[in-house]
Design a protein. Sequence first.
Length: 555
Amino acid sequence: MTALQDLLQAALSEMGHQRYAEAAALLAPHAQTPSNELQRYYGEALRRSGRPQEAVGPLMQALALKMDDVDAYLQLAFALQTLQMKAEAAECFRTVATLQPDSVMAQAYLAHGDQQCARWIDFEANLAALQGAIRAKPEDADDEFGVPFTLVGLPHAPADLLKVARMSTRFLSRGLKPLPPVRALRKAPGERLRVAYLSSDFHTHATAALLVETLEQHDAERFEVLLVSHGGPDDSPLGQRIRRAGSRFIDVSALSTSGIAAKLREEGVDIAVDLKGHTAGSRFTALACRPAPVQVSWLGFPGTSGADFIDYIIGDPVVTPHSQAADYSEAIAQLPRCYQPGDASRHITPLPRDTWGLPPHALVLAGANPVYKITPAVWDTWMDILHRLPQALLWQLSGGDQADAQLRAEAAQRGIGADRLQFMPPVDMATHWQRLASADIALDTWPCNGHTTTSDALAAGVPVVTLKSEGFAGRVAASLLTAAGLEDLICETPAAYLERVCELAQEVERGGARRVVRVRPIRPWIDSRQMARDLESLYERMWERAVMGLSPGPL
């Protein structure tokens, strides 16, 4: 093996253990070496260690040395996305899709990349190419990654999501070996069930904000709750609060995937609950080593993991009806109410509208979901609403300058002037909650609903109109609205959605206020103590089945 190969092997070892900054430091002295592999790995290490601007140069150099390097194009696209150069990122994905037309991964990233910058000219062609690539793959394929998350934001069949989730999971868990089997044993009187939550989001993050109060309500006499974190440190108030919410906080960020599994086994975990699934920064494949007798997916990813090593997915009667069990690799475990927890302790105080630059008397329709969730069908309906409601403006979450300009152009093509659109710039989480309270009505997206976005709007006292779609991701808002007693805001067709928004607008105008009085405040529909009891009941039933030697079954 040459010195260069030794160097690359050492860098890859660090990257495999997620020590990207160390890999970048190892390669930095050789940054001028004219090697395609070295430049690509150096660029990837820089990007993954939070230095996307510095990553662009090495990745461009890698492509100059090998212009058809698919991995370099992918890493460059990811770096450009982080730098808010989403149109340029989409062109990188387009090149990858051209080089690998049969690749599900390539077609998925292209479709998602175009959605990130609201480029819809190839929307139908992108969907057709993606669907064709999925259907052409053999059922046992394992050579794709990153697809499930991109697919949930696009129109898709649940069977296709299951197929690509299985493919991605097989790819991500290659080489991981199961630990020696461990049996589930009945607990002695007074012995606690040990539940470990695995995530990188125990910091100022939407998942932490949703989960923290439920964790605080766990019965410490019956359950020992371990928070197993593979994310970075965070001393924010929310980060400190969630660290205190468990029995113990265990930092595994420096461990390899198999090392995380070994730690879970060492801790004697009974039930391992992954909170990430197929989302960025996930380490759910640690569960491929079977560290715990019972393994569960909850909250982070709105769909199946496709993993034969995940026993249950926690949902509810709306998002995961048992009639759709065939769309999941896991057994469905239903909470009796909404699967999504919340925090009733947060207080959202509206500020004057001019704080956010909003006209005082306009009807404000909030589009608080990210741009990639807006499909042409959604945009057409929203523009029809603006035509029907001349007093209204759309207050959309910014997708960056490129995406915002494209949305303005799409509005103009539909006869809506630029003055009818206003964009919310990036702000911290608490400020975002506060500004949502200035909206009159929140407009949900489909086929992927707002998830935390919906609960944030309801917490701010803003009614959310949704269209219930097929599959988990398209039913989350319906689940939340059902829990809040607002089923009349759930629609089945775009036409019904349009009419419901216009009816609500009339109610706002008749009331002479910026709020629909029938929307209930946060406290009656978020009951974290009951959520904790319901979760614990599921955990106990899962454990009882395992003790009895029964396979996972619907709960």
